[in-house]
Design a protein around this ligand. Structure first.
Ligand code: FMN
Length: 374
């Protein structure tokens, strides 16, 4: 039997559109490098998701590219053509059959794509500024290309609807194309898509409108639309907390179903831009108020960690690495076995954990990324 103190994690959650999640725990979007070269999902990948679906209220998938030149990772599954709909559907059905809502994360890698993964090695971005020394110098997108990518986010949303997803998450985080337009580091344009803070918000907001339009045309109100962002960039110039609070205000006007604050540490504090030393997530939660629900994420491993996180008032908590380390995390708490939760990856248990080889190798060969791999 569940320890009563964890009941707040299992209180059902209702979105504004009435859709209900059975609990407050979400699987964070995680790329697994395991799809086929043609962009279709693999059996291994389906089994990996099945193993982690059912306990959590909602699964957000790995990112899927909305255009061919947006592919950011080897073994990423594609959402850029109608031929991919059956593949997208296989994944949605696998997640939903276990009893979790299925959310497709839609994405363009922009200047972060490896040139060998995109047609003609043509790496594109808001401007021709590389993300770091030695990284590819991207080609500045023309205005008609910008408009075309905005439409492509809408098209990927239509495919998600046709494939049976419960919603999409717009990937505006982690330094990829949408964030590149918002970033004063990546975006040095002087047209309608860059310059002032207002103009740097134009692309992210246009993507939201395009996605919402696809939903209005092809789905009903029950289709969920979320938006993920990273609150700050380390570079100067770079996105500050002050910039982000403006974006949060603008996004809050868009009738989104949730905002997802991408952080490696739920409790991390602002770098600059606000005169406030509370954790970023609390500042953002206060700013959104009851306009739009927030998902918090980052280094939540134990039941206690998650409980402490929901006690801030943030309604939904996402788990990434921990659900790879222990796919039974939710069930263990439900059964009163929270002390049996594993919080370090057991290198001998790849098979039991049902992790595809490419993801497993990435984890094992990246010291410091996952607890248990030094
Ligand atoms: C293997 C792996 C792949 C990831 N891929 C994505 C991704 O496709 N999209 C995304 O928005 N974040 C991605 N992330 C970031 C996670 O969603 C999450 O924000 C981060 O890992 C911090 O949460 P955690 O401490 O619970 O793992 C990835 C993280 C990991 C560990």
């Amino acid at each position: 039997m569940m320890n009563e103190k964890y009941a707040p994690l299992f209180k059902p959650f209702s979105f504004k559109n009435g859709v209900e999640l059975k609990n407050r725990i979400v699987m964070a979007p995680m790329t697994n490098f395991s799809s086929n070269p043609d962009g279709t999902v693999t059996d291994e990948e389906i089994r990996y998701y099945e193993r982690r679906s059912g306990g959590v209220g909602m699964v957000i998938t790995a990112c899927t590219n909305v255009t061919a030149n947006g592919k950011g990772f080897p073994g990423e599954f594609a959402g850029d053509t109608d031929e991919m709909i059956p593949s997208l559907r296989r994944l949605a059905e696998a997640i939903k059959a276990k009893g979790s809502k299925a959310i497709l994360q839609i994405f363009h890698g922009g200047r972060e794509v490896p040139p060998e993964l995109v047609p003609n090695g043509d790496v594109v971005s808001a401007s021709d500024i590389p993300s770091a020394e030695g990284k590819p110098v991207p080609r500045l997108l023309t205005t008609s290309e910008v408009e075309s990518i905005i439409r492509d986010f809408g098209e990927a949303t239509r495919r998600a609807i046709e494939a049976g997803y419960d919603g999409v998450e717009i990937h505006g985080a982690n330094g990829y194309l949408i964030q590149q337009f918002f970033s004063p580091h990546a975006n040095r344009r002087e047209d309608e898509w860059g310059g002032s803070l207002e103009k740097r918000m134009a692309f992210p907001l246009a993507v939201v409108d395009s996605v919402k339009k696809a939903v209005a045309e092809h789905a009903d109100d029950s289709f969920i639309v979320g938006y993920r962002f990273s609150p700050e960039e380390p570079e100067t110039p770079g996105i500050t907390m002050a910039d982000t609070l403006c974006l949060v205000d603008a996004l809050s006007e868009k009738e989104l179903d949730y905002l997802h604050v991408s952080l490696m540490d739920f409790w991390s504090e602002p770098r600059r831009g606000v005169d406030d030393t509370r954790p970023r997530i609390e500042i953002i939660q206060e700013r959104t108020g009851d306009r739009v629900p927030v998902i918090g994420v980052g280094s939540i491993y134990t039941a206690e960690d998650a409980l402490k996180a929901v006690q801030t008032g943030v309604p939904l908590i996402a788990l990434g690495r921990e659900l790879i380390i222990d796919p039974d995390w939710v069930q263990k708490i439900e059964q009163g076995k929270e002390t049996e939760i594993v919080t370090k990856i057991d290198k001998a248990k790849q098979k039991e954990l049902v992790v595809p080889d490419p993801l497993w190798n990435a984890i094992i060969n990246s010291p410091g990324w996952f607890p248990g791999v030094e």
